[in-house]
Every structure is written in structure tokens, then in C-alpha cells.
Design a protein around this ligand. Structure first.
Ligand SMILES: Nc1ncnc2c1ncn2[C@@H]1O[C@H](COP(=O)(O)OP(=O)(O)O)[C@@H](O)[C@H]1O
Ligand SMILES: [Mg+2]
Length: 176
């Protein structure tokens, strides 16, 4: 008989300003279809990852894919900034709907590092946007676990974890 705990989906939510290194980190750990990313779906809709007029359609596409995967018990990484508490709440609620094990990965990097990494990026984001999101995350979740997630991992000078990881998930990509 299949152990039901092994079929519980994992929902990994990145929380970081643009250029922190989310996509790099996730692409190293996720298999091709395990990652949902608004930039990608904006490009599907508008031929341009940065076209904000395509955000609603991109979010709708992301929602369909995310729910379809979680319903099937498939691990999914959400590769977006999720700086707004409303976005994080929406994602946790979708996770709950499918009994997902929810993981928040927060990047605690100095603003200067994000700005520096932005310079090396192919598609640069306006510095004001990075500043705004960096401040929002730092203010709303200054330390410790992210509310409502089962586990929080904070990546900065130290790599810290909050919450208990069930034995069924030992060896999961998001732990590495
Ligand atoms: N750990 C790291 N150390 C140094 N540079 C990094 C690291 N992670 C990502 N980068 C670089 O920073 C830039 C932004 O990374 P990216 O993954 O695109 O960020 P995000 O998806 O958060 O916007 C890229 O040029 C990438 O190569
Ligand atoms: Mg990215």
C-alpha cells in the first residue's frame, strides 16, 4: 500500500526582492515542471517577462498550474517575490486546500547585494522596485518563521530553519 504521507504535496514559496537569487536557487533544485514563475507566464501572454499589464493573466495561469499540481500531490516551487502579505496568504490558502506541506524560503540579503546582483542580470528591475520590496519583507517578517507556513528557511549570512520537517521529506530538494 502506498504511504499517504509520501503523496502529500510540498509547496515551496520564495520570498525575496527581485535579483536576490530566487530563480538561480530554485532552478538548481527543482525539476523542469516543478517551478511556477510569473515572469515566464507574462512572456507567454505578452512576449515580455516584465510587461506588468500581463500580470493578471499570468497569475491566472500560475493558479491553474499550481492547483493542478498540488491536487496530484506534486511538489511545486513558486518562484516570485511574494513580498506582499496578501500573496503569501493566498498561496498558503491554496496549499491548505490541498493539504500541502508549506515551506517559506526567505532571502535575508543586504539591499546592496540585491542591487549588485541586479546589475549582472539579463533583465534588470528598476532599483526603486528592489528597494520597496526589500523594505516590505524586512519590515513584515523581520526574523523568525513566516506566519502560517509549516517550515521557514532563511538564507542570508546564516542558513536557519524554523519548524519541524516530517521524516517523509528527508532528502527533499528544498532542504539542500
Ligand atoms: N548565490 C549567488 N551568488 C552570486 N550571484 C548570484 C547568486 N545567485 C544568483 N546570482 C546572480 O544574481 C543575479 C540574479 O539572480 P536571479 O536568480 O535571476 O534572481 P531572482 O530570480 O531573485 O530575480 C543573476 O545574475 C545570478 O547569476
Ligand atoms: Mg527570477
Amino acid at each position: 500500500m502506498t504511504d499517504p504521507t509520501t503523496r502529500r504535496p510540498v509547496l515551496v514559496v520564495a520570498i525575496a526582492p527581485p535579483a536576490a537569487g530566487k530563480s538561480t536557487w530554485i532552478l538548481k533544485r527543482a525539476r523542469a515542471h516543478e517551478r511556477v514563475n510569473l515572469d515566464t507566464y507574462r512572456a507567454f501572454v505578452a512576449d515580455d517577462e516584465g510587461d506588468q499589464s500581463a500580470t493578471n493573466e499570468a497569475a491566472a495561469l500560475q493558479g491553474i498550474i499550481l492547483k493542478g499540481r498540488l491536487r496530484r500531490g506534486l511538489t511545486t516551487f513558486v518562484d516570485s517575490t511574494n513580498a506582499a502579505s496578501r500573496r503569501r496568504e493566498e498561496l498558503v490558502n491554496v496549499g491548505r486546500q490541498f493539504d500541502a506541506f508549506t515551506v517559506a524560503v526567505v532571502w535575508d540579503l543586504p539591499l546592496s547585494v540585491c542591487i549588485e546582483r541586479n546589475r549582472s542580470r539579463e533583465r534588470r528591475v528598476p532599483v526603486e522596485v528592489i528597494e520597496r520590496m526589500h523594505l516590505a519583507i524586512r519590515t513584515e517578517i523581520p526574523k523568525g518563521p513566516v506566519p502560517d507556513f509549516d517550515v521557514t528557511r532563511r538564507i542570508g549570512t546564516h542558513d536557519v530553519r524554523f519548524g519541524r520537517v516530517p521524516a517523509a521529506f528527508t532528502g527533499a530538494a528544498w532542504l539542500r
